[in-house]
Design a protein around this ligand. Sequence first.
Ligand SMILES: Cc1cc2nc3c(=O)[nH]c(=O)nc-3n(C[C@H](O)[C@H](O)[C@H](O)COP(=O)(O)OP(=O)(O)OC[C@H]3O[C@@H](n4cnc5c(N)ncnc54)[C@H](O)[C@@H]3O)c2cc1C
Length: 419
Amino acid sequence: MRRIVCDVLISGQGFTGSALACALAGTAGEAREMRVVTVEQDKQMPASPGASVSQDGRASALNTTSLRLLSRLGVEDHIRDAIQPVTSMQVCDGELDEAVYLPFLSFDTSGDHDGNKAIAFIVSNSALREGFARQLAKKTSVTRLFGQRIEAFKVTNTRTWVKLDDGQEIEASLLVAADGARSRLRDLARIKVLRRNTGQWGLTASVALGYEHEGQAIQHFFPGGPFALLPLPGAFASLVWTEPAHRARCLMELPLDALHEELIRRSGCRFGDIRLVSTLQGWPLFFQIARSFVSERIALTGDAAHLIHPLAGQGLNLALRDIAALTDCIQEAVCLGLDPGDWQVLERYQRWRRFDTVMMGTAMEGLNGIFSNDMDPIRMVRDLGMGLLERVPLLKGWMMSEAAGEVGTLPRLLRDFGD
Ligand SMILES: Cc1cc2nc3c(=O)[nH]c(=O)nc-3n(C[C@H](O)[C@H](O)[C@H](O)COP(=O)(O)OP(=O)(O)OC[C@H]3O[C@@H](n4cnc5c(N)ncnc54)[C@H](O)[C@@H]3O)c2cc1C
């Protein structure tokens, strides 16, 4: 069996692994393009048209810097028609039996007349998957292997030697784990994680709305967890609905009519009739962070490194930031003729990303704890805090920049060069 020799081997070809492969494919090292191999456990999916509504009901809210990254990687060209900018957002704090949910926080950029000033950009996961697949297919320096997993690996001073399930061997300078929350590569490298079960599930689906959304998103905080409708192109939206696990299971078994009534009630009748146009899926929600993002010749990225609550839709945004930072570290090393798997390169990546991730994960945990709570004193404090935020433009502006991903030292791929 042939042995493959490459610079970087990526385990997992989800969004994180695909983004890294696209980013590194254009990088020149030692006067030649970097050779990248991706190893994905699933079989290669046949190409599907980039539908703006996912059959699996999943969509992602991308911030401005993530969209900039997708544009630099050439992926945005394939998904442009499937992207819906969010131009206004209403956040409500309600009890289910209240007649109307009054917004206590609202964001509006609809007056800016500048597509890039949107609060976020929503894109169906199927369109995004297809966009990455099309872009990767153009990259001749990327070898994509499907239906394979890493079985074992050995690290020496200068290389790693990897054996796949089918016995094939690969030699690489750096291994990158992008194989999701249950990362096998992370386990093989014996990197432990801190993990907390939130006891909640995230329910997701694509829905058809009775009225046009006009770019508006809603997020209603109920005692069981947040309920969000994020606009998709046309009169469609992506549902992200958090409930305690036992309640989520009951909701998934409801007859369709009863479920539609629940959706209309929770949306405060804002969009008229709401109908599922995909299956309703349930995702157990965990907070998880790897104790280290690196090990000898190994870097963890995306969900393999961190899992956070989806209430602010930041998981993939964090993952893309990992990719931009790791690409910066690797590119700088190869430009200097250094080894991309060198410990100094990996340490720099870890210093850049771990603190940021811990902060974001903890903030999401805190917010979820404060909002998924019906105790009167906690409600009072949060209403006071949100009232203050609504009235102080400076605070609100800071929060918007934070959500847009514009805060902190940005890697080159995320910076705004005015292009
Ligand atoms: C309900 C919900 C809503 C969300 N909404 C948002 C949002 O709006 N915005 C946002 O930014 N984020 C959101 N997220 C988070 C986001 O979906 C994830 O952070 C992101 O998809 C992680 O991508 P990944 O590629 O790191 O991991 P994954 O998507 O898990 O991909 C891992 C890949 O590796 C493969 N793999 C696994 N094991 C192996 C192995 N041993 N060998 C080879 N391949 C392997 C898998 O098949 C898969 O293709 C949400 C999450 C949830 C649960």
